[in-house]
Design a protein around this ligand. Structure first.
Ligand code: GDP
Length: 563
């Protein structure tokens, strides 16, 4: 506009917008400020085309390594297995650099490479998925032969199933004298994992991470599974990937490990990652070696970031360095906007609408209960509720309180959580709120079924929640014949609203609960009075008002009963 920055900032300040020269303005503010200087603003959205997926021609696609996550119950040997695989592979090769923990590593075999994510367990897996990033192709479920199927084994199965990834079973600790391989197999069949020799399609492999037995078998079987999946990517284009780990390094600044999904990443490439951006200054592999470029499915540590991104953030190389900052700012703004607009996930209250709109054909449910018996009864009852238009689908059920990984699974799978005679702690509730996951608590099965039915028919009533509007202090009282006692009051905070509920408090004890039938400023009837003003308040059917009483005005808000 040819106007000094200072003048623009000052004008903004007059409008109540505190900003600096480096901050982007939203379109409304920009239009307003421009009009102050007699300019009009045209809104041309930033071209995010570059972020969109172009189809690759089939001949450009080449095989890429599978990405594997190891899951299973605690102490069943996930870490030991990851270590054993890594060591076996390193020993076979000439000694390279020093192995570094960058969140993932790859092994090279004559038949191909395999990439292992270094954070075992379903929590990290599902947290990434909840952020929209699915990087895992194959899950290896580790089950200790001496311990069998345990609670987290079942959780891992359900989390992997919900994600729709291929699952293989590694029966570990077969060196132990009390190992019972057959029992583990029988156990797992109850969860739909049937070995091939019994007519199923789940690959089982027996290993000992400690004795390094069966390590080559498991690697070969992973490669075989990968072949069936026909994993392909185009290496000849700008790189895209996902952040699997990120941190602020004391010496090197922000660093992140990116798993390349397609294309080839080179030193010098400008990029956007989540709401951060940068230009690749160095690429460092898991052996601590600097490389100049890296292709699909490979994990690589990148240096040259504007800040620390988050695990699960999408990474993309942009052709023009100038654009990176713009796109990052644009994303930042969008992120802020989307945080403001509560993008509601599925809940019982919006279920009916979503069914009608055709968005929902299946309602995913996670059940947590106090005892196994309740779980079975609940799942059976819920199953029977399925109709042609909506299928109820229990994706996970287990005994115990609602924990973070339940919420993340619900978030990733757009599920609701039912807590039956169990609770969740504050932290879990906060996460649920952030993730917009709906949790409902019950103690009677009939109530669950009845709420569910109502929700399916669009009849679930919103619950009413009390909201305090404001408080006033009584400073004098006077009686008007035929009307009653009026309290000359001063509004301490919030506001007093005519027609709304009022509670009379004397020494913090509720003396009366009624409605405000009269509200006046001087002689005039008013609808509401803000804090800092005096007014006359009359409460329905109540005359026993005294100086120093507190009148609390409140209302009821409809709160969509969160499921
Ligand atoms: P994670 O919690 O699943 O990561 O389990 P860890 O890898 O930490 O292993 C738990 C314990 O089991 C450790 O004490 C390991 O030494 C032991 N362990 C792991 N694999 C084997 C195995 O194949 N045989 C035996 N005997 N012990 C094992």
């Amino acid at each position: 506009m040819g106007i000094k920055v200072g003048n623009v900032i000052k004008k903004l300040l007059d409008m109540g917008v505190v900003t600096t020269i480096n901050q982007p303005l939203d379109i409304d503010t920009a239009s307003l400020i421009a009009s102050e200087f007699s300019y009009a603003v045209e809104n041309i959205p930033i071209d995010e085309d570059i972020l969109e997926k172009e189809e690759d021609a089939p001949e450009e696609l080449v095989h890429r390594p599978p990405v594997v996550t190891v899951m299973g119950h605690v102490d069943h040997g996930k870490t030991s297995l990851l270590d054993a695989i890594r060591e076996t592979n390193v020993m076979g090769k000439e000694a390279g650099g020093i192995t570094q923990h960058i969140g993932a590593y790859h092994v090279s075999l004559p038949k191909g490479d395999i990439v292992f994510l270094d954070t075992p367990g379903h929590e990290a897996f599902t947290a990434m998925r909840a952020r929209g990033a699915q990087v895992t192709d194959i899950v290896v479920l580790v089950v200790a032969a001496d311990d069998g199927v345990m609670s987290q084994t079942v959780e891992a199965i359900n989390h992997a199933k919900a994600a729709g990834v291929t699952l293989m079973v590694a029966i570990n600790k077969i060196d132990k004298p009390n190992a019972d391989i057959e029992k583990v197999k029988r156990n797992l069949m109850e969860y739909g994992l049937v070995p091939e020799e019994l007519g199923g399609d789940t690959v089982f492999v027996e290993v000992s991470a400690k004795k390094k037995q069966g390590i080559n078998d498991i690697l070969e079987l992973i490669l075989l599974q990968a072949e069936l999946l026909e994993l392909k990517a185009n290496p000849n284009k700008a790189a895209k990937g996902v952040v699997i780990e990120a941190k602020l390094d004391k010496g090197r600044g922000p660093v992140a490990t990116v798993l390349i999904k397609e294309g080839t990443l080179k030193v010098g490439d400008p990029f956007v990652v989540g709401v951060k951006f940068g230009k690749i200054r160095a690429l460092i592999n898991e052996n601590g070696e600097k490389v100049t470029q890296v292709g699909p499915a490979m994990p690589i540590e990148i240096i040259g970031l504007s800040g620390v991104p988050e695990a699960g953030d999408s990474f993309i190389v942009v052709d023009d360095e100038k654009k990176t900052r713009q796109v990052a700012l644009f994303r930042q703004q969008k992120k802020r906007e989307s945080e403001l607009v509560k993008t509601s996930k599925i809940a019982l209250e919006n279920l009916y609408d979503k069914i009608q709109e055709g968005y929902v054909k299946e309602l995913n449910i996670i059940v947590k209960a106090d005892v196994q018996g309740s779980i079975e009864a609940l799942l059976k009852a819920l199953n029977e509720l399925s109709t042609d238009s909506i299928k109820l689908h229990g994706i996970h059920a287990s005994v115990g309180g609602i924990v973070e990984s339940d919420v993340m699974l619900a978030s990733a799978s757009n599920a609701i959580i039912i807590g039956f005679n169990v609770k969740s702690d504050t932290k879990v509730q906060q996460i649920a709120e952030q993730e917009k996951v709906s949790i409902r608590f019950y103690s009677i099965i009939y109530d669950v079924v009845s709420d569910m039915k109502k929700a399916m028919e669009g009849l679930l009533e919103p619950t009413l929640e009390e909201k305090t509007l404001g408080r006033a202090e009584v400073r004098s009282t006077f009686t008007i014949s035929r009307t009653g006692t009026i309290a000359g009051s001063f509004v301490l905070n919030g506001k007093i609203v005519k027609g709304e509920h009022a509670r009379l408090l004397r020494d913090n004890v509720v003396i009366h609960d009624g409605k405000i039938y009269s509200l006046k400023r001087f002689k005039d009837d008013v609808k509401e009075v803000e804090s800092g003003y005096e007014c006359g308040i009359g409460i329905e059917n109540f005359n026993d008002l005294k100086v120093d009483d507190i009148i609390e005005s409140y209302t009821y808000e409809k709160v969509l009963a969160t499921l």
